[in-house]
Design a protein around this ligand. Structure first.
Ligand SMILES: [Zn+2]
Length: 73
């Protein structure tokens, strides 16, 4: 199935497009997508602690699209 770029998942950690072979993982009760096991680890050790305020504000606003690394459905 063809997907527009903005409908493709992006890695929740590094933001690159993940057209195939996405890794799904759970963090702070959200289901997220990563491009690699490395990014799964970095989300927990780096991205979430560093950007927690932004992430929580975005989630509170309902901005949880796959373009931001959230698993759909
Ligand atoms: Zn990544």
């Amino acid at each position: 199935m063809y997907r527009e770029v903005n409908q493709m998942p992006r890695c929740a950690t590094c933001g690159i497009l993940v057209p195939t072979q996405e890794i799904r993982f759970a963090h702070h009760e959200r289901r997220l997508i990563a491009c690699s096991e490395r990014c799964v680890g970095l989300y927990d050790s780096y991205r979430y602690p560093r950007y927690r305020a932004e992430i929580e504000a975005r989630e509170a606003a309902g901005d949880v699209s796959i373009a931001l690394g959230y698993a759909a459905g």
